[in-house]
Design a binder for this molecule. Structure first.
Ligand SMILES: Cc1cc2nc3c(=O)[nH]c(=O)nc-3n(C[C@H](O)[C@H](O)[C@H](O)COP(=O)(O)OP(=O)(O)OC[C@H]3O[C@@H](n4cnc5c(N)ncnc54)[C@H](O)[C@@H]3O)c2cc1C
Length: 397
């Protein structure tokens, strides 16, 4: 990626701001909140995110008309690079900023945009994603949660599951069946629902890491306003797919730069323990580095593709986000496995009772989820098979 003098200046501004501000009460947050450590210092990280927002460092890629900076892809990458280099803490407003915000910009009404985008940008309201249900995960079109109109409100009944961060969020963007008797993707609507109301019950689910990043969420007569449907009522499938596209696309750039930081730490750890002298581990560390470079180059090439020159609707573009998702999920899982090998036998034992894991153990365990959420590896391969290779769709049992 070619960097212009303006980009270099942008980099200096980001770096200076982080150096000046990730200090004092925020200094202790360095490195907080990575995979499997989302419980760490939530309130402090929220305060830090609001500090970022006040200085204009959230929602960089949003158009200026919607409160963003209209930052180029290069500048977004630079921001994430500097953020990772400064060891700044994992952001808490990710789902609003990277998933719902772009969806509202594309499909929301002007009133919805005015109501919600400023609060996402300021990190005043946090969002969760209510797609998956006990009977609808990979097969998302099987959503059974219903919403029915009662005057000027939707009344929602059903259950969502694996809902990340639902226990700390204010709102949920969700898929619900609003046309009784409808099947599959037809008759679904994309609703914005307040979480803090008596009809919503959130139950944390304890994960392999010992922490509870996700939850079961029960909607029992929960309510939201009639006009809080994004896109047309009944057309929620199209909107939901657009959100998934954002989730698998640009939003992964910041994450990949976080991976670079993890690999850097692992290399340092391997040097410290002497594991770096082992020829097999050296080879694996080198391969991890090569994998990271290849993955990043691929992501940048795909995301920077000029919509006017290439074939933006062609098969490669349609499957591009799936290729990125497949590459990073496997890479990250293998990094977790490599971290265990670098640590050797002690990696199999918790540091203390009852279940006190170190960062590498948490990374290893949490990264098992990488090939599941955001669409499992098998689902990404199905997308590549049908959209890029033109193979026939699988029969449904
Ligand atoms: C850490 C984590 C966080 C999550 N956060 C959220 C969230 O915030 N909001 C949300 O809505 N959801 C969230 N999810 C849920 C996630 O999207 C689902 O787990 C995922 O879509 C898979 O659905 P499932 O768990 O029902 O598994 P299933 O769909 O039952 O799949 C089980 C297995 O069968 C395979 N399989 C299923 N169908 C096919 C097929 N057609 N062809 C080949 N193989 C197939 C799958 O790949 C998988 O290996 C999260 C999940 C995890 C692990």
């Amino acid at each position: 990626m070619q960097l212009s003098p303006e980009d270099e200046q942008f980099r200096r501004r980001v770096r200076q701001w982080l150096a000046r501000n990730l200090t004092g009460r925020f200094a202790a947050l360095r490195g907080a909140g990575g995979p499997g450590r989302e419980h760490e210092a939530h309130a402090e990280r929220l305060a830090w995110n609001r500090e970022l927002a006040a200085a204009g460092w959230t929602c960089l890629g949003w158009p200026p008309g919607h409160g963003g900076r209209g930052a180029t892809l290069a500048q977004q990458v630079i921001f994430h690079e500097e953020y990772a280099r400064a060891d700044a803490p994992t952001r808490v407003g990710y789902l609003g900023e990277e998933l719902l915000g772009p969806t509202l910009i594309a499909f929301g009404t002007p009133e919805q945009q005015r109501r919600f985008l400023p609060a996402i940008k300021a990190v005043d309201e946090l969002w969760c994603q209510g797609y998956s249900e006990p009977g609808a995960g990979s097969d998302l079109a099987a959503v059974a949660t219903t919403a029915a109109l009662d005057g000027d409100q939707w009344v929602i009944t059903g259950q969502k599951v694996w809902t990340s961060l639902a226990h700390v969020t204010d709102w949920c963007f969700m898929l619900a069946r609003t046309e009784p008797g409808s099947r599959r993707g037809a008759g679904l609507s994309y609703l914005l629902v307040p979480m803090r109301q008596s009809g919503v019950t959130v139950r944390p689910i304890r994960q392999l890491t010992g922490t509870a990043e996700f939850n079961e969420v029960f909607f029992d007569g929960a309510r939201t306003r009639r006009d809080l449907v994004v896109g047309e009522a009944g057309d929620g499938w199209r909107v939901a797919m657009a959100t998934l596209g954002f989730e698998r696309g640009v939003a992964t750039l910041g994450q990949q730069i976080g991976f670079e930081r993890e690999l850097g730490r692992l290399v340092a750890e391997a040097r410290r323990t002497g594991a770096a002298a082992d020829p097999v581990l050296r080879g694996k560390l080198a391969r991890a580095w090569i994998g990271l470079e290849a993955m990043r180059a691929h992501a940048l090439r795909t995301l920077a593709a000029d919509p006017d020159s290439a074939d933006p609707d062609g098969p490669a573009a349609a499957a591009g986000a799936s290729v990125i998702k497949l590459l990073w999920s496997r890479w990250h899982q293998q990094l977790g496995e490599l971290a265990m090998e670098v640590a050797g036998a002690p990696s199999m034992v918790a540091r203390g009772a009852p279940y006190d894991l170190d960062d590498w153990q948490r990374l290893f365990l949490f990264s098992r989820a990488d090939t599941i959420y955001g669409g499992s590896d098998e689902i990404q391969r199905n997308i590549i098979a049908t959209r890029a290779l033109g193979l026939p769709r699988q029969g449904r049992p």
